[in-house]
Design a protein around this ligand. Structure first.
Ligand code: FAD
Length: 483
């Protein structure tokens, strides 16, 4: 933590609480607790105070006082982040955006939507759909993650291949700086070259520079026709060849291409029996592919069928089920989402969110698999994810066997204790392939050291300079991204 930051006294806590307005502060430990735990249960934070302001003016007053008194603040959205960025590790105040959740405006003609930071992603998708438009960001956590959190973490998800990540979907931002100044940049302009792009700096800043309070987002036409296929693949190399064929055959209509290993489907069917295997036989790898078109002229369906037919002839696809209804397509996607939950029942899981050039994914997975199996004999790699944009969640479940109820927790803890060692190894392989150590989840607390290890001194100096320019007293989310 910044050496000049101060602890929160009772007197200051009362001042902060009054600035958050009626019902704007939580002080009882039982009310604070849910804000200090995160979804994986990896990090456990501590905080004396949660503020839930309802207006930009209240946030401005809170950040003014925080800056003046050198009190640390952790902005928090839906608390679904996976790198500990939203967790208060040093008794910071949590500033929750949950009560700032209004859709301010939907401009269907201009294809924009202006929304407060605390609206959930699902609420934004619904507001766009109600106006006959699409907001394309789509994540497993969309029911609870918030637009402010999506922007602060530059979220990705399953449609990056066609629509880009959050950075590509934000046209304007409103944000409050430490000290209380408000940046009012809610423009829906597609062109605006007026100096350094502050908006782009705030996107992906993980709460370390400012509090994002609202955004103007890009909307798209609703797809009129969607073809969804669950595809069995004979090998990992075949996944690469099939992806090339699908990109060529569908062009910009290819909206998702997710990779799923058989091993993780086995986890799902073992622990979540409500899910069904879409294909009769077993294959080592699968792809979940979506092709969509804004025109209802059968083009998406025809493209899907001709791509699959050609791939089967070439031997890169072994079998495929094309969804015959929206309900069946939803079932395919539910199966994809279930693979995140199913891993929890297989003991400890060491997770990596890496990206490499798409053509190198098979080589990366093969090398990383061999490396982790040599490091921890019996460890079970289950790499899955957004193949189409190069983002692989290279997750590794702990070895099976020998567990008794009595030593289960100890074995899990012993396995997770090897996280840093395994992470350094997998990151090293991703970097060797020209990849990234964080494709979409960010740096947060988890990868602070890893970031410092891969950036050059010149890059680190620039990052620290940007942090100091926005937040000279270091009150915004200390210990995250940079230390
Ligand atoms: C089941 C599951 C599936 C997921 N799938 C994906 C996926 O496919 N792609 C992906 O990218 N991520 C995914 N995630 C990770 C997570 O959901 C995203 O990172 C999401 O964007 C975080 O939003 P949030 O509102 O929960 O933010 P939080 O977790 O509350 O915060 C995340 C970071 O943003 C900062 N922050 C939050 N709100 C603000 C604000 N208003 N102003 C400034 N800073 C702020 C916090 O300080 C923190 O550093 C998944 C998570 C889960 C649990």
């Amino acid at each position: 933590m910044h050496p000049d930051l101060k602890p929160l006294t009772a007197g200051l806590a009362a001042k902060f609480a009054s600035l958050a307005g009626p019902h704007g502060a939580l002080e009882a430990p039982s009310e604070i607790l849910p804000y200090t735990q995160e979804p994986r249960g990896l990090y456990h934070g501590v905080s004396p105070l949660v503020l839930r302001p309802a207006t930009v003016e209240q946030i401005s007053a809170i950040l003014h006082l925080a800056h003046e008194e050198r009190i640390a603040i952790v902005p928090q959205g839906g608390n679904t982040g996976l790198v500990g960025g939203q967790v208060p590790f040093g008794g910071e105040i949590i500033l929750s955006l949950s009560r700032m959740n209004r859709i301010r405006e939907v401009d269907a003609a201009g294809n924009t939507l202006t929304v407060e930071a605390g609206a959930t992603l699902a609420a934004v998708q619904e507001a766009a759909a109600a106006a006959g438009r699409l907001f394309p960001l789509s994540l497993g956590s969309e029911g609870s993650c918030q637009i402010g959190g999506n922007i602060a973490s530059n979220a990705g998800g399953v449609h990056v291949l066609r629509y880009g990540n959050m950075r590509d979907l934000v046209l304007g931002l409103e944000a409050v700086l430490p000290g209380g100044a408000v940046i009012r940049g809610l423009k829906g302009l597609r062109k605006d070259n007026t100096g350094y792009d502050l908006k782009s700096l705030l996107i992906g800043s993980e709460g370390t520079l400012a509090v994002i309070t609202a955004a103007t987002l890009k909307l798209f036409p609703q797809p009129a026709e969607v073809a969804t296929a669950f595809v069995g693949l004979p090998s990992l190399d075949a996944a690469g060849a099939f992806f090339s064929r699908a990109s060529e055959g569908a062009g910009p209509l290819l909206t998702a291409f997710e990779l799923i290993p058989r091993a993780i489907l086995d986890f799902v069917f073992r622990h979540l029996p409500q899910h069904r295997d879409p294909l009769a036989a077993h294959y080592p790898w699968y792809a979940l592919v979506e092709i969509s078109s804004p025109l209802a002229n059968g083009v998406a369906q025809r493209a899907a069928l001709s791509i699959l037919e050609a791939a089967m002839e070439a031997g890169t696809v072994a079998d495929a089920a094309v969804a015959a209804s929206e309900a069946q397509a939803r079932d395919f996607w539910r199966l994809r989402e279930a693979i995140v939950e199913a891993q929890k029942y297989e003991g400890g899981s060491i997770k990596h969110d890496v990206s490499v050039p798409v053509a190198l994914i098979p080589a990366f997975i093969a090398e990383a698999t061999a490396a982790v199996e040599a490091l921890v004999p019996g460890a079970r790699p289950v790499p899955f994810g957004h193949f189409g944009d190069g983002n692989i969640h290279f997750n590794v479940s702990q070895p099976v066997g020998g567990d008794t109820a009595a030593d289960k927790d100890a074995r899990r803890a012993a396995y997770l204790a090897r996280w840093d060692e395994m992470q350094a190894m997998v990151h090293g392989i991703a970097l060797k392939y020209g990849g990234s150590i964080s494709a979409e989840h960010g740096i947060g607390r988890m990868k602070v050291d890893a970031l410092a290890a891969i950036k050059s001194p010149a890059e680190m100096a620039l990052l620290r300079g940007i942090k100091a320019a926005f937040d000279p007293r270091g009150v915004m989310n200390p210990g995250k991204v940079l230390v």
